[in-house]
Design a protein around this ligand. Structure first.
Ligand code: FES
Length: 83
């Protein structure tokens, strides 16, 4: 079990056109509201090569496809519950 949850959102142009920004804003808000800044690292990444299935999100190296804000939160919560 890793101490930190490392989240990377693809910021490539295809994921951008599939609204990755919405996912980033919702996750930033969630991390701030729940005071999870020491627990979750959120960063942007370059194209992961699965553009048609975007937006893509990696959590501790695991890839998730077709991410939207509510799906992203549900995934993060499932990682938090594993702690
Ligand atoms: S732009 Fe996101 S996977 Fe290619």
């Amino acid at each position: 079990m890793e101490d930190k949850i490392n989240v990377t959102i693809c910021l490539g142009s295809s994921c951008f056109s599939r609204k990755n920004r919405d996912v980033v804003s919702v996750l930033q808000e969630y991390i701030t509201d729940k005071n999870l800044k020491t627990k979750i690292t959120l960063k942007g990444g370059h194209c992961f090569g699965h553009c048609k299935k975007g937006p893509i999100m990696l959590v501790n190296g695991q890839e998730f496809i077709e991410i939207n804000p509510s799906k992203a939160i549900a995934i993060i919560e499932s990682f938090l519950m594993e702690e």
